[in-house]
Design a protein around this ligand. Structure first.
Ligand SMILES: C[S@@+](CC[C@H](N)C(=O)[O-])C[C@H]1O[C@@H](n2cnc3c(N)ncnc32)[C@H](O)[C@@H]1O
Ligand code: SF4
Length: 350
C-alpha cells in the first residue's frame, strides 16, 4: 500500500498512479445493475492487442504503477494472457476485475507467474437463487465459486465484492460467513452508479434508508471483528469533503480507446487512437475540471481522515437535478453514513 502522503504528492504532480483498462464490453453475464453497455446490444470497436500493448507502454512512461484489467468480462478476450504478460514485463502491480466464472487452472498459473496482486470478483448473492437472479445466468453462482476455488488454491489473493441492492440485502450476513470461511477479504458497497444520464431505473434496485443505516452498522461491526482499520475509527470532519482520485491520480482507458476519469464516468477526454495518452491526460477538459474540484476538496483541510461529505463527480453529473439539492443519492448516502458513524462513536464513548 502506498502511504497517503505519497499519494497526495503524486496526485499533486498529476501522476496517474492507478490505471484501469477496460478490455471489452462483451460479457457472459447480464447483471441487472451493470453500467457497462453489453457489446451485443451496442457493438464496440475494441482495442486490438497491439493497441493495448502500446497504451501499457504509455501508462508506464507516465508513471502508472497499479493496473486494473477489467471489462465487461475481460477473461473473454483471447489475448488476455498476452496482455497480462506484457503488463507484468513492464512491472505493473496488476489486479484483475472479473466475474471469475471463466477461470481455469492454466489461467491461474499465468496470473501467479505475473505476480497478480489481487483478483476482484463480483459475488452477488449467497445462494444461486439470488446470485443467478441478478446475473440472469443459471449456474453463474457455482461457476464463480469454481473460479474462486481455483484461484485460492494457487495462492492468489481473491477479493469478492458485493454491490448491495434490495435483491441481495438479506444475503449479506451469509455471504460474509462464506467469504470468511474461505479466509477472503470481502467488500460491500451500496452506491449503485446511475448507468445513463437521468437513470431512474437504478433507484428501483437501491436499498432504502433503514437498510442503508443497517448496512453501515454491519460494516462497522465486521471491520471491528476483523480488526480492520476503517474510516469510522476517526471522527469525520464535518467541514471536509473527500473526492476520489478519478482524473487526478487515476485514469481509465475504455474498451474503444476513450480516456475517462473512471470506468463509470462517461465523459471522454480524448481517444488513444487519435492522440498520445500523455497529451490527453495533461490537457483533457474533464480532467482539468476534476482537478480543480479535487484540489478544493482536499486542500480544504489538507486532511487525512474521513470527510463528512463524500463527493463523487459521477453522481453529480448523472443525477444532479433529479431532486432537491443535486445528487440526491449521494446526499442520502452521506447523511445516513454520518449518522451511523456518529452513533457508533457515541456508544463507544459511553
Ligand atoms: C463492471 S464490472 C467488470 C468486472 C466483472 N465483470 C465483474 O462483474 O466483477 C466491475 C464491478 O462494477 C460493479 N458494477 C457494475 N455496475 C454497477 C453499478 N451500476 N453501480 C455500482 N457498481 C457496479 C460490478 O458489480 C463489479 O463489481
Ligand atoms: S459480470 Fe460484470 S460486466 Fe458482466 S454484466 Fe455483471 S457487472 Fe457487468
Amino acid at each position: 500500500m502506498i502511504p497517503k502522503h505519497l499519494i497526495r504528492r503524486l496526485s499533486r504532480d498529476r501522476v496517474p498512479i492507478s490505471a484501469t483498462i477496460e478490455l471489452t464490453h462483451h460479457c457472459n453475464w447480464r447483471c441487472v445493475h451493470c453500467f457497462v453497455v453489453n457489446a451485443e446490444a451496442v457493438p464496440c470497436a475494441e482495442l486490438t492487442t497491439e493497441e493495448v500493448q502500446r497504451v501499457l507502454g504509455e501508462l508506464h512512461d507516465l508513471g502508472s504503477f497499479f493496473l486494473c484489467l477489467t471489462g465487461g468480462e475481460c477473461l473473454l478476450r483471447a489475448d488476455f494472457v498476452d496482455i497480462v504478460r506484457c503488463a507484468a514485463d513492464l512491472g505493473f502491480a496488476i489486479s484483475i476485475s472479473s466475474n471469475a466464472s471463466l477461470v481455469t487452472e492454466s489461467l491461474a498459473d499465468e496470473l501467479v507467474a505475473a505476480h497478480v496482486i489481487e483478483f476482484q470478483c463480483s459475488l452477488l448473492g449467497a445462494t444461486p437463487e439470488v446470485h443467478d437472479g441478478i446475473t440472469g445466468i443459471a449456474g453463474s453462482h457455482a461457476a464463480a465459486w469454481r473460479g474462486i476455488d481455483i484461484l485460492r488454491d494457487k495462492g492468489i489473493n481473491v477479493f469478492p465484492k458485493t454491490p448491495v441492492m434490495n435483491r441481495n440485502f438479506d444475503d449479506l450476513e451469509q455471504i460474509r460467513e462464506q467469504t470468511k470461511r474461505y479466509g477472503l477479504l470481502w467488500m460491500t458497497s451500496c452506491l449503485l452508479f446511475p448507468r445513463w444520464q437521468g437513470d431512474r431505473e437504478i433507484a428501483k434496485l437501491r436499498i432504502g434508508d433503514e437498510q442503508m443505516a443497517e448496512l453501515f452498522r454491519m460494516q462497522i461491526r465486521w471491520s471491528e471483528e476483523e480488526n480492520l482499520d476503517h474510516d469510522e475509527d476517526r471522527v469525520p470532519d464535518e467541514e471536509a469533503t473527500s473526492q476520489c482520485g478519478a482524473g487526478v491520480s487515476t485514469v481509465t482507458i475504455e474498451a474503444d480507446g476513450s480516456v475517462t476519469p473512471c470506468q463509470a464516468y462517461p465523459t471522454s477526454a480524448g481517444n488513444i487512437r487519435e492522440a498520445a495518452l500523455s497529451e490527453i491526460w495533461r490537457q483533457g477538459a474533464v480532467f482539468e475540471e476534476l482537478r480543480t474540484t479535487y484540489d478544493q476538496a482536499c486542500t480544504s483541510a489538507d486532511y487525512d481522515g474521513p470527510g463528512a461529505n463524500w463527493l463523487c463527480p459521477l453522481f453529480e453529473l448523472r443525477e444532479a437535478g433529479q431532486g432537491e439539492g443535486g445528487a440526491e443519492e449521494l446526499l442520502r448516502f452521506n447523511r445516513i453514513r454520518l449518522s451511523q458513524i456518529g452513533e457508533d462513536q457515541g456508544s463507544a464513548r459511553k
